[in-house]
Design a protein around this ligand. Structure first.
Ligand code: AMP
Length: 295
């Protein structure tokens, strides 16, 4: 039986852990008490989207670990690894408000020693969309997620639909490598005006932030067309492109309607279909998506 206070009671103050040894000790103690373990992998700069994952873990698991690590191997050479926001103090304060048991915030050298030479290479769902826009990205994601799963041995792990393709990659990882971990996917949390929350939104100027709303607007438009009975992918995509074109600062990278199981393009919507978009707004790369109900 769990001794953990319910998630709506005064939040558990997390232990801040920097080393793998200290993490393993905390997990061993939790396991010895028969607790189930949930892990929420993040790169920090936490917002309400991240916190919703932590809350889900708190509801479903006895012991919640939040990892905060800006993983260099998932960034391309010309991407924003160096300037990615690092806000550990504020992150810990936010986690304290929702509650968690451990925050694992290792230094780079704790997870990647100078001799590091092993990576997880994934084909299939890791190849299109983000995979081709960001070569090597999912190799880095799969590698760090496997390492974090090995370190935390969780019962469940929590990811956001915001990074839809990443959830497919993680599901493939646990299936292919026989990891006994349940993957839970939580809905996209948005700002009041519809912008999908993202740590990278901090890069946007006020004008860019306004222009970025076109992404969510185009997805909403697609959902409305689908709800009204439209089933032709090209018609829906054309309407979405038109919305995006109205926002001058938005430079489209991809805009697709695909099968949510395997990311194969669809011509006619015969079942739930993933609308996914990636665009640069100024120098900031944003992604968003929506599952269109077309049963
Ligand atoms: P990140 O820190 O960007 O690596 O994200 C950590 C986790 O939070 C990933 O599983 C993301 O999909 C998830 N996440 C990021 N933004 C949102 C959001 N707006 N709503 C829900 N989950 C999110």
């Amino acid at each position: 039986m769990s001794l953990r206070p319910p998630a709506d009671s005064p939040a558990a103050s997390p232990a801040i852990v920097k080393t793998r040894d200290a993490l393993r000790a905390a997990i061993q103690a939790a396991r010895a008490q028969g607790k189930s373990i949930g892990v929420v992998p993040t790169m920090g700069a936490l917002h309400a989207g991240h916190l919703s994952l932590i809350e889900a873990s708190r509801r479903e698991c006895d012991f919640t670990i939040v990892t905060i690590f800006v993983n260099p191997t998932q960034f391309g050479p010309h991407e924003d690894f160096q300037r990615y926001p690092r806000t550990l103090e504020a992150d810990v304060a936010a986690i304290r408000r929702v509650g968690a048991d451990v925050v694992f915030a290792p230094e780079l050298s704790e997870l990647y020693g100078p001799q590091h030479a092993t990576f997880v290479e994934m084909h299939g769902v890791a190849e299109p969309l983000e995979g081709s826009s960001r070569p090597g990205h999912f190799r880095g994601v799969a590698t760090i997620v496997l390492k974090l799963f090995n370190l935390t041995a969780p019962d469940r792990a929590y990811f956001g639909q915001k990074d839809y393709q990443q959830t497919l990659v993680v599901r493939r990882l646990v299936a292919d490598l026989d990891l006994p971990i349940e993957i839970r996917v939580c809905p996209i949390v948005r700002e009041a005006d519809g912008l999908a929350m993202s740590s990278r939104n901090a890069y946007l100027s006020a004008t860019e932030r306004e222009q970025a709303l076109a992404l969510g607007r185009s997805l909403n438009g697609a959902a409305e067309l689908t709800a009204a009975g439209e089933r032709d992918a090209e018609t829906i995509l054309a309407a979405m492109r038109q919305v995006l074109r109205q926002s001058p600062g938005v430079e489209l990278e991809y805009l697709v309607l695909v099968d949510p199981d395997n990311l194969a393009p669809v011509a006619k919507l015969t079942k739930t279909t993933l609308a996914a978009v990636a665009a640069k707004v100024g120098k900031t790369r944003l992604i968003d998506n929506h599952l269109l109900s077309a049963g």
